[in-house]
Design a protein around this ligand. Structure first.
Ligand SMILES: [Zn+2]
Ligand SMILES: [Zn+2]
Length: 250
């Protein structure tokens, strides 16, 4: 039996397998200690810094996110794989292991960084900005990242809300002071834009109806296949019954 097998004063390190006094293991609070000794902890840290270990996320699974709040409390929640990949690609989070990412910025730090980048000015009207606007709205899959967030004044943010950026810029332009198009020009532009949108929507509807029709056809062909199969089974049963009758001699 090794020293310390049943003794709480000694512990075996999972990395170097040495049995050492418990003081050689870093505390995790509440009478718990790390499973590796302090020396091995340093080695692990070095390896992490060298980025020898580059984890990737497990595809298709739900990914846990750990984040620090502004008051330094840690919270965790789950997001989809696609969103996690997006967050990592945008430099908002780091992969810890195959189903855990760590968010690098808390809300307040992130907001301040955006404000500083945009000089505390609304990107839409250049007045002092106090809010953060998602360029692609959160509703439509836009994430809170440096490329999707801009400094915006309250008014612009409220008017933009869930309108796509191009539409917002187009319709919003006349409200700017520097705009010098007449109301007729503005209306005809708006009409053109709307008719283009309607055409787009009509095309999408066409595509969808075709898909729906095909799906119904698929369902029908499946039903026909099923019917054919059950017919075949019935025929086989009939043949077997006839054979049996012949054997028995009825
Ligand atoms: Zn060790
Ligand atoms: Zn503004």
């Amino acid at each position: 039996m090794e020293v310390g097998c049943y003794c709480k004063l000694y512990k075996t390190c999972v990395d170097c397998c040495r049995t050492l006094h418990y003081r050689n293991f870093k505390s995790r609070g509440k009478r718990k200690r790390r499973s590796f000794c302090k020396e091995c902890g340093l080695k692990r840290k070095e390896n992490l810094n060298k980025r020898v270990y580059r984890p990737t996320l497990k595809e298709g699974s739900e990914i846990k996110v750990k984040a620090k709040l502004s008051n330094k409390r840690t919270i965790s929640y789950k997001v989809s794989y696609d969103k996690a990949i997006h967050l990592v690609a945008e430099g908002m989070a780091e992969i810890i292991h195959d189903n855990l990412i760590y968010k690098l910025y808390d809300r307040v730090t992130f907001r301040n960084m955006i404000f500083e980048r945009d000089n505390y000015k609304c990107v839409y009207c250049a007045k002092p900005g106090t809010t953060i606007d998602h360029v692609i709205p959160y509703k439509f899959g836009g994430i809170t990242s440096f490329s999707n967030c801009v400094c915006s004044c309250r008014r612009c943010n409220q008017i933009k809300s869930d309108i796509p950026l191009e539409d917002f810029l187009f319709y919003y332009e006349p409200f700017k002071e520097k705009s010098n198009i007449t109301i007729e020009q503005y209306l005809s532009n708006a009409m053109n834009k709307l008719s283009e949108k309607i055409k787009e929507i009509e095309e999408v509807i066409k595509i969808y109806t075709v898909i729906i029709e095909r799906n119904e056809l698929n369902d029908l062909s499946k039903q026909i296949q099923n019917l054919e199969r059950s017919l075949l089974n019935l025929k086989l049963q009939l043949i077997w019954q006839k054979k049996n009758r012949r054997v028995i001699g009825i």
